[in-house]
Design a protein around this ligand. Structure first.
Ligand SMILES: [Zn+2]
Length: 220
């Protein structure tokens, strides 16, 4: 299959999957956005702005170059496309970007709480720390600047203050897994905080080992 068509189809499949999981914050809304890099090129396939995902067709997915030029497609790209592109530009290890409004990450986003290292598999794939990107209006250049300031830390997940989540991966499948792991750790962390008891985090030598892995090459 043509690689552009393949990328467009994979973006639709993942957008529908994330919506079905409730990761876009609404089952009918058009919030959240998905993109994938096309091969090793400086081009991405990204969801369009304000379109329902249920009946989306491959041609509805926008193809952008890294400078935000619309290379193919008739619809307006997602307003968060520049946030996606900033991650690709800054991180050659990144092959896919998801922006979601998943529930428990949203809870932590309004508590403005970074997530400490709590589980091996989460810290292995997402990294440590899972930082909070300071608030700026959705789609604004200031939000892109804020994201740009943190994505160089080579981690694969971020909490967007008063907004939601940003997850990265080398492939779209791994980015989805990372979003699932982020929701798991956000859920457990929030529920643990609710007990008021002390929370045990991973030993420092273990979290440092995972940090070093991420910083060395970026991980899936
Ligand atoms: Zn959003």
């Amino acid at each position: 299959m043509d690689k552009v068509l393949e990328a467009r189809k994979s973006v639709i499949r993942v957008a529908q999957e994330l919506q079905a999981k409730g990761f876009f914050g609404s089952e009918r809304g058009t919030a959240g956005n998905v993109s994938v890099r096309i091969g090793q090129e400086e081009r991405v396939a990204v969801t369009p702005s304000g379109q329902a995902y249920e009946n989306m067709k491959p041609e509805d997915i926008c193809i952008l170059d890294f400078d935000m030029n619309l290379v193919e497609g008739n619809l307006k790209p997602s307003i968060e496309s520049s946030m996606h592109l900033c991650a690709y530009r800054k991180r050659p290890d990144v092959g896919a970007v998801l922006h979601t409004h998943q529930h428990y990450v949203s809870v932590l986003s309004v508590l403005n709480l970074p997530i400490p290292p709590l589980f091996d598999e989460v810290t292995l794939y997402l990294g440590d720390p899972i930082e909070v990107v300071p608030y700026s209006l959705s789609g604004s250049p200031e939000l892109v600047t804020n994201v740009e300031a943190v994505v160089g830390n080579m981690m694969n997940a971020y909490v967007l203050q008063n907004h939601g989540a940003l997850c990265l991966g080398d492939t779209l499948e791994n980015a989805v897994r990372n979003a699932e792991l982020l929701e798991k750790v956000a859920t457990v962390y929030y529920q643990a905080l609710c007990t008021g008891k002390e929370i045990a985090v991973l030993p420092k030598d273990i979290s440092t080992m995972f940090q070093d892995l991420h910083k060395a090459k970026g991980t899936p």
